[in-house]
Write a protein that binds this ligand. Structure first.
Ligand SMILES: Cc1cc2nc3c(=O)[nH]c(=O)nc-3n(C[C@H](O)[C@H](O)[C@H](O)COP(=O)(O)O)c2cc1C
Ligand SMILES: CC(C)CC(=O)C(=O)O
Length: 395
């Protein structure tokens, strides 16, 4: 059972009233409601190094946000929207809302409770969490904090096949319901701020909890990471980057798990078709929040052609640039079945820990619920390309 914070069908109205009633008692929301102000406040709170790492790269990130601005919702009137349906199902998984928490590594640089705070907020709101391989807490600890909340495990495919198999085995044992293989980070991009700050958290041993706790990883070392962290970090850097990975090798994963496999980082329709051909279970259209290829296509701009190519043959998810309810609605209208929320929940974590993540989730879902209703839809399943118009800016 979830607590009273979990999302109900009339969540938008309930949340709005709750905030206004608190206002009557002289209480304003402590966390900024506007995503822009939220980001700004989080940046002020974090060290230069952590905020630079979180930001990543500017150019593609800006393109992601601009792409959302070009699509506009065309609201329809008088269609009885008193009951709203936000739930969806992906393969055999029932999602209460079309939203999951994107895998974000190294959360210890943001807040001391890191992924545990996020997991507790995911649990109280009943929003599924995708845990990064590069988490600061082990996948088993996070599973415990999540309780019965749905969880998926994101896999960074290292050069050590036994380690990859071990991660997948551990994820299965800890109740993760899907494996998300991230394809766009086989090398780290040229991140100007991190290079300027001479900062890479992994070199300081941050974000390596799953590695340091893994029997295969430990076996490859002469001394355990607790005794010789420098060598352990060096071994991590030796195996993490894996630019020789090819489509053929994905078959290895199939042999090692019966869990559904999602590929994250697809931006070309031909790659989406390849994923179908080799028997993958789902696709996440994403440009990693603009953090990997500077000058890349905005993820939202890639979505319509991929949705057309996939033609509902497998579930299509989306991330990169989701900031408010209308963004979720737009991505669903363009063919995504659900979206992943990235940085906004981390800004909440930076400012107010578990409570901050919970508030960010409640706000964006309230916004989605109200935007859906005001646009004339009683269910997210009614959204399609006719919901939107592409309004190119006039120069
Ligand atoms: C600080 C940071 C760390 C991330 N770490 C991972 C990761 O470990 N694995 C992964 O697949 N994606 C990672 N991502 C990418 C997110 O999963 C997601 O694709 C991206 O944040 C979505 O864009 P948005 O932040 O604009 O919503 C990371 C993103 C950020 C901001
Ligand atoms: C390099 C990863 C371990 C973390 C990540 O995906 C990111 O920083 O974007």
């Amino acid at each position: 059972m979830k607590d009273e914070q979990s999302i109900s069908p009339s969540h938008g109205l309930t949340r709005q009233m709750q905030v206004y009633l608190q206002g009557l008692q002289g209480q304003r929301p402590s966390l900024p409601v506007s995503p822009d102000v939220l980001e700004q406040r989080a940046v002020e709170q974090l060290s230069l190094e952590a905020s630079g790492y979180l930001a990543g790269m500017d150019d593609t990130m800006r393109a992601n946000l601009e792409a959302f601005q070009r699509w506009r919702i065309v609201p329809r009137m008088l269609r009885d929207v008193s009951q709203r349906q936000l739930s969806t199902s992906i393969l055999k998984m029932q999602l209460p809302v079309p939203l999951l928490l994107a895998p974000i590594g190294v959360q210890s640089i943001i807040h001391p409770e890191a992924e545990l705070a996020v997991a507790r907020a995911a649990h109280s709101t009943n929003v599924p969490m995708i845990l990064s391989t590069a988490s600061s807490r082990t996948l088993e600890e996070v599973a415990l904090a999540l309780g019965d909340t749905q969880r998926w495990f994101q896999l960074y495919w290292s050069k050590n096949p036994d380690l990859n198999a071990s991660f997948v085995r551990r994820a299965e044992q800890a109740g993760y319901g899907a494996i998300v293989v991230t394809l766009d980070t086989l090398l780290l991009s040229w991140r100007e701020q991190d290079i300027q700050n001479a900062y890479l958290p992994f070199l300081l041993g941050e974000g390596l909890a799953n590695y340091f706790s893994d029997p295969v990883f430990r076996q490859a070392l002469l001394q355990p990471p607790e005794e010789n962290p420098v060598t352990a970090v060096r071994y991590f850097t030796d195996i993490f980057l894996n630019p020789s990975l090819t489509w053929e090798q994905l078959g290895f994963l199939r042999q090692h798990t019966s869990l559904p496999i999602f590929l994250k980082g697809i931006l070309h329709p031909d790659d989406a078709c390849k994923a179908i051909d080799i028997g993958m279970d789902g696709i996440i259209v994403s440009n990693h929040g603009g953090r990997q290829v500077g000058g890349a296509i905005a993820a939202l701009d890639a979505l319509p052609a991929i949705a057309q190519a996939v033609n509902k043959q497998l579930p299509l998810l989306f991330d990169s640039g989701i900031r408010r309810g209308s963004d979720i609605l737009k991505a669903l209208a363009l063919g995504a079945q659900a979206v992943l929320l990235g940085r906004p929940y981390i800004w909440g974590l930076a400012l107010e820990g578990e409570q901050g993540v919970q508030t960010v989730l409640q706000n964006i879902l309230a916004d989605l619920d109200l935007t859906l209703a005001l646009s004339g839809y009683s269910s997210i399943s009614q959204l399609d390309s006719s919901t939107l118009v592409n309004a190119q800016p006039v120069h």
